[in-house]
Write a protein that binds this ligand. Structure first.
Ligand code: CP
Ligand code: NVA
Length: 297
């Protein structure tokens, strides 16, 4: 495996090994030296967690990052993506790319001779979901057999979560309004992986007996023009105390952040004893180290 473009670039054993490695790195039990290796961070969209966690992970392991915004690189505009990939392959040891089109990160991976890591595309967010699996494992002591319920927009985060659940044997339920459901292509891929999947328009039905209740923004980066329309379509899909009370008593609540309070989550929900959202954010750092260790060392 050279790249991490989709979560399905990993098999279940590789996912388990990444979790083990992240746990070890978090405990300080494993020492790694990147010996001055460099990771380029190409971001077409804003980022706090992904950018900072990769940057800090590299510096704590003895490497460096170079941040390249779309204004600087003009991926596919100033020059073809294939050329950016081939040039960067001569300078650095890996690329993290956050793109609009999923095709852009896939094309970088195809033409680069170095590892390319998807730092979020319109279709997937594999690094987020790997660190979320680490968080679920820490909180629940296992993955297999748990029920993960996702409420809201069937977006990049939902896609990677669905595929990951299908890979590791977790039941996945999703509740989205009509017109914002999972794409058939993703659903078919998940079913082929043996996924146990339930789709429902009723969020209260979905939330029943959940081990993990997960949500994400209604309007993702790049969809800002649709925000008002989406706010209306998603009104019933807010995660609040009432919805949480339908889940198991020890349910954990997860959100990748940034959060839009009053939209997909009620004001104050991150302060609930069920919320693991800031542990989830911290684990981005530990999982990025495990990903770097797997692909760059
Ligand atoms: N969760 C996440 O990817 O956050 P950023 O967009 O801030 O990187
Ligand atoms: N679905 C969100 C995730 C942000 C981390 C977006 O793409 O904007």
């Amino acid at each position: 495996m050279k790249d991490l473009v989709s979560i399905t670039d990993l098999n279940p054993d590789e996912i388990q090994n990444l979790i083990k490695s992240a746990v070890d790195l978090k405990r300080g039990g494993r020492k790694l030296s990147l010996d001055g290796r460099t990771l380029a961070l190409i971001f077409e969209k804003p980022s706090l967690r992904t950018r900072v966690s990769f940057d800090v992970a590299m510096s704590q392991l003895g490497g460096h990052t170079i941040y390249l915004s779309q204004a600087e690189v003009g991926l596919g505009e100033r020059e073809p993506i294939a050329d950016v990939a081939r040039v960067l392959s001569r300078y650095v040891n890996g690329i993290v790319a956050r793109t609009f089109a999923h095709h852009s990160v896939a094309l970088l991976a195809k033409h680069a001779s170095i590892p390319v890591i998807n730092g979020l595309s319109n279709e997937e967010h594999p690094c987020q979901i790997l660190s979320d699996l680490l968080t679920i494992h820490e909180k629940k002591g296992k993955l297999k057999g748990l029920t993960v319920v996702y409420i809201g927009d069937a977006n990049n985060v939902a896609n990677s979560l669905l595929l990951a659940c299908s890979l590791v044997g977790m039941e996945f339920r999703i509740s989205s309004p009509v017109g914002y459901e999972l794409q058939d292509e993703i659903l078919t891929r998940a079913q082929k992986l043996g996924g146990q999947i339930t789709l429902t328009v009723d969020p209260t039905e979905a939330a029943k007996d959940a081990d993990v209740l997960y949500t994400d923004v209604w309007t993702s980066m790049g969809q800002e023009a649709e925000a008002e329309h989406r706010r209306m379509a998603f009104t019933r899909y807010q995660v609040n105390e009432e919805l949480l009370s339908l889940a198991k008593r020890d349910v954990i609540f997860m959100h990748p952040l940034p959060a839009h309070y009053g939209e997909e989550i009620a004001e104050g929900l991150l302060e609930s004893p069920h919320s693991v959202v800031f542990d989830q954010a911290e684990n981005r750092l530990h999982m990025q180290k495990a990903i770097i260790a797997k692909l760059l060392v």
